[in-house]
Design a protein around this ligand. Sequence first.
Ligand SMILES: Cc1cc2nc3c(=O)[nH]c(=O)nc-3n(C[C@H](O)[C@H](O)[C@H](O)COP(=O)(O)OP(=O)(O)OC[C@H]3O[C@@H](n4cnc5c(N)ncnc54)[C@H](O)[C@@H]3O)c2cc1C
Length: 328
Amino acid sequence: MSEESDRELEELLAQAPVPTRRPTVAALEERLYRPVPVLDHGFVRVVDYMGDDAAIVQAARVSYGKGTRSVNTDRGLIRYLMRHRHTTPFEMCEIKLHVKLPIFVARQWIRHRTANVNEYSARYSILDREFYMPRAEDLAAQASSNRQGRGDVLSAEQSERVLALLRRDAMQCYDTYETLLNDKGDGEPRDPGEPQLARELARMDLTLAYYTQWYWKIDLHNFLHFLSLRIDKHAQYEIRVYGEAMAAIAKAWCPHAWDAFDDYRLKGAVLSGAELDILRAALAGTDVAAKIEASKALSAREKRELLDKLAAEAARDFTEDVKGPARS
Ligand SMILES: Cc1cc2nc3c(=O)[nH]c(=O)nc-3n(C[C@H](O)[C@H](O)[C@H](O)COP(=O)(O)OP(=O)(O)OC[C@H]3O[C@@H](n4cnc5c(N)ncnc54)[C@H](O)[C@@H]3O)c2cc1C
């Protein structure tokens, strides 16, 4: 954080809380505005949010009306919605984050199209000399089994050489950037005999390791979707650490929704028809119904649903052209 941002943070935290009738979440109020450090210069901080677990329930009750009697507690209703992919109630909650991240991480992040983004303009402002330098233990060779991943960690001498190359290029590129800008910081040229290249052009020489910043606003449904992809072990480490920082935010914000997401999405798995057949064959002859019945973790409804999932389904044929009653 720069001195200016530190001052801004102090001012925000010094503000007296304003009474409001809108729902607030104490655990998130605690985190509001405070940057969570990520990588060597990055951070994530909550700037604003709307809604909480109760907002999900409130929206769901509009769609179910009196029908909610059977799913009686908020936690149970949220689990039901998550389990059955009834997703729109989760869209009633929104969060706005301020994120500082290397440009190569931003390129992966921006693929998530369901957020609203406003990025720091390097056409308008001058970027700082801030670039990502991995820790030696995060430098690894190309994986041989997975083309999108890392293999063995480099030796100490190898990582020293790699880091020296990365640092040299990043510094050199920034030197060139400054030369091209030819700006003392107040708009006046450092070298009056040379041109001042437009900021929108000068920036093209910086490497992808340089940091950018943006405000990122997203609803809870799409936030959880983002997290499911980006805290997964297959996601690149440098975006995963942002995902992990944001997972802690999501958990503090909507704890019931987070628990349901953790149970059904993160710890759960989707099985193909062939995989389910293997599971059914393995369970044949065992008293699976009794085991399910004895579970203390599942609700009565979840027990019924699990038995349903494990029951073999009749094959369905979708080749018929005419559906419904025969035509005369
Ligand atoms: C491990 C990993 C590896 C990856 N590798 C590559 C790669 O090699 N190359 C590459 O290009 N990308 C890659 N990606 C990016 C990936 O293909 C997705 O673009 C990215 O994860 C965003 O996912 P999303 O579309 O589900 O998210 P969002 O854009 O947030 O969309 C959320 C959901 O909204 C719906 N949606 C949004 N927009 C549309 C639309 N226009 N049409 C229909 N439905 C829509 C979809 O259901 C989508 O799942 C990778 C991602 C991961 C996690």
